[in-house]
Design a protein around this ligand. Structure first.
Ligand code: S3P
Length: 427
C-alpha cells in the first residue's frame, strides 16, 4: 500500500493510542501458561499480537473474544502443535515463545516473514542450548526441541535486550534451580513486573560493577490475572513528535503506559526543552499509566547514548525526525541494535531523511543530525518496517509537497488505526 502524506495544519485534541504491544504479547503468553483463566481487556489488535494469539492457540490455549476483551483458558501443560508456528513479523513472539516452548517436552518449528527471517536468533538459541534445550537455526526458521528437565543458568547477556532476558527467564520458570540473567543496562522490565504481579518470585539487583541482574526460581507458575492493557508509549511517540513539530498543535494522549524502562522519549523531550505534561493514573499489573500532554515548541538538539538507548530503542526513527527541526546538533550513539530491528533502521532513517533535505550522517552505532532544516516530500520504501513507515508519515506532516510511503500496510503491525488517529487530530 502507498500512503501519501501532505503538510499538515495544527494537530489538536485527545486520542487514546493503541494498547501496548510488549504488554499484550506477554499477557497472552503468560495467561497461556498460568494456573487458571485470565481476562485481558483492550489488547492490541495489531498483526504482531494476533500472531502470538494464533501461536498460543496452536499450543493448546483456548482464547475467546468477549467484546473488546479476550479470555484465555490455559491447559495444564502446552501441547505439541500440529504444524509450524508462524510468528509473522514479530521478533517478540519468536524470541519469548522460544523460551517458553524450550521448557516443555515438545518439538516446535517457528517461522516468520521475510523481515523476521533475517533477524538474529543465535542470541536466544545460545542460552537455551546451555539450559539443555536443542535449538536448530541461528536465524528463522528456528526449531526448538524442548525438555521438561531444563537446568538453570546464570547468563551474561552481551546486549541490553528485553527479548533475550525474557526468553531466558521464561525458560527458567520450569528449570531446575534459580535462573539468572545479567544485562549491561536495564532493558524494559515488563516480564519481571507482570510475573511478580502474578505471584512469581522475581529477584533483581543493580550490580556494583555496572549492569543489572534478574532471577526467577524454577518451577514457578504465574497465577491467572486480569489486565486492562494501557496505551503504547512507542505509538504515542509519533504524536509527541508530530505535535512538537507542527505549529499550533496541542495534543493529549490518554492512558499511556509510563514504565520508567520505556520513557526515555520523555527524557529526550526534557533535554530538548520541550515539556510534556504527565498526569498519573492507576497502575495495571505493576505498570504505571498516565495521560500525556504536548504542545508545539522550539527545542534544542539532544544526545542519546548509554542506558538511555534501551529505554527508547523503538522511538529512535521518529526522534531522528524531531531532531531535524531542533536547533543545533543531535547525536544518537550506542544504538547498534537498530541495525537488526524490522529493518536496518540506521540506514533507512539516514537515507530517507537525507532525501527529504535533512543534514544527517550515519555513525557506526547511531547517527548525527544538524537542525533545523526544512524538509521536502520524497518517496520512501518502508521495507516492511512499521516504525519506518510511521516515522516518515510524521516527517511528511512538516514537509513541502507530497511524501509517498510505499509498503505502508506494515503500519498495521503495531498501529492499525494510525490514519484514523491522524485524521482525528487534524479535524
Ligand atoms: C521488545 C523489546 C525490544 C523492542 C521490541 C519489543 C519486547 O527489543 O525493540 O520492539 O517486547 O521485549 P530488544 O529487547 O531485543 O531490544
Amino acid at each position: 500500500m502507498r500512503l501519501v502524506v501532505q503538510r499538515s495544519g495544527p494537530l489538536r485534541g485527545e486520542i487514546r493510542p493503541p494498547s501496548d504491544k510488549s504488554l499484550t504479547h506477554r499477557a497472552y503468553m503468560f495467561a497461556s501458561i498460568a494456573d487458571g483463566p485470565s481476562e485481558i481487556s483492550n489488547p492490541l489488535t495489531g498483526e504482531d499480537c494476533e500472531s502470538t494469539v494464533r501461536c498460543m492457540e496452536a499450543l493448546g490455549a483456548r482464547i475467546e473474544s468477549v467484546g473488546r476483551a479476550r479470555k484465555v483458558f490455559p491447559l495444564p501443560a502446552l501441547m505439541q502443535p500440529e504444524g509450524e508456528l508462524d510468528c509473522g513479523n514479530s521478533g517478540t513472539t519468536m524470541r519469548l515463545l522460544s523460551g517458553i516452548v524450550a521448557s516443555y517436552p515438545i518439538d516446535v518449528t517457528l517461522v516468520g516473514d521475510a523481515s523476521l527471517s533475517r533477524r538474529p536468533m543465535k542470541r536466544i538459541a545460545e542460552p537455551l542450548r546451555l539450559m539443555g534445550a536443542k535449538v536448530y537455526g541461528d536465524v528463522p526458521p528456528l526449531r526448538v526441541a524442548g525438555s521438561g528437565e531444563l537446568k538453570a543458568i546464570d547468563y551474561q547477556s552481551p546486549v541490553a535486550s528485553a527479548q533475550i532476558k525474557s526468553c531466558v527467564l521464561l525458560a527458567g520458570l520450569r528449570a531446575q534451580g534459580q535462573t539468572w540473567v545479567t544485562e549491561p543496562t536495564l532493558s524494559r522490565d515488563h516480564t519481571e513486573r507482570m510475573l511478580r504481579a502474578c505471584g512469581v518470585e522475581v529477584s533483581s539487583e543493580i550490580l556494583a560493577q555496572g549492569g543489572h541482574r534478574v532471577g526467577v526460581k524454577g518451577w514457578s507458575r504465574p497465577s491467572g490475572f486480569q489486565l486492562s492493557v494501557p496505551g503504547d508509549i512507542s505509538s504515542a511517540a509519533f504524536w509527541l513528535v508530530a505535535a512538537a513539530m507542527v505549529a499550533g498543535s496541542s495534543v493529549r494522549l490518554a492512558g499511556i503506559g509510563v514504565n520508567p524502562t520505556r520513557t526515555g522519549v520523555l527524557d529526550v523531550f526534557g533535554q530538548a526543552g520541550l515539556p510534556i505534561g504527565q498526569a498519573l493514573l492507576a497502575e495495571a499489573l505493576g505498570e504505571p499509566v498516565a495521560d500525556l500532554e504536548v504542545l508545539h515548541g522550539e527545542g534544542k538538539g539532544f544526545r542519546i547514548e548509554g542506558e538511555l538507548v534501551p529505554r527508547l530503542i523503538d522511538e529512535i526513527p521518529v526522534l531522528a525526525v524531531l531532531a531535524t527541526q531542533l536547533h543545533g546538533e543531535s547525536v544518537i550513539r550506542d544504538a547498534r541494535e537498530l541495525k537488526v530491528k524490522e529493518s536496518d533502521r540506521i540506514a533507512k532513517v539516514v537515507e530517507g531523511l537525507r532525501s527529504m533535505g535533512a543534514k544527517i550522517e550515519a555513525l557506526d552505532d547511531g547517527m548525527a543530525i544538524e537542525g533545523p532544516a526544512p524538509l521536502s516530500g520524497t518517496r520512501i520504501q518502508a521495507d516492511g518496517d512499521h516504525r519506518i513507515a510511521m516515522a516518515f508519515a510524521i516527517a511528511g506532516l512538516i514537509a513541502e509537497g507530497e511524501t509517498a510511503i510505499e509498503g505502508a500496510e506494515s503500519i498495521a503491525t503495531s498501529y492499525p488505526n494510525f490514519l484514523d488517529d491522524l485524521a482525528r487530530l487534524q479535524s
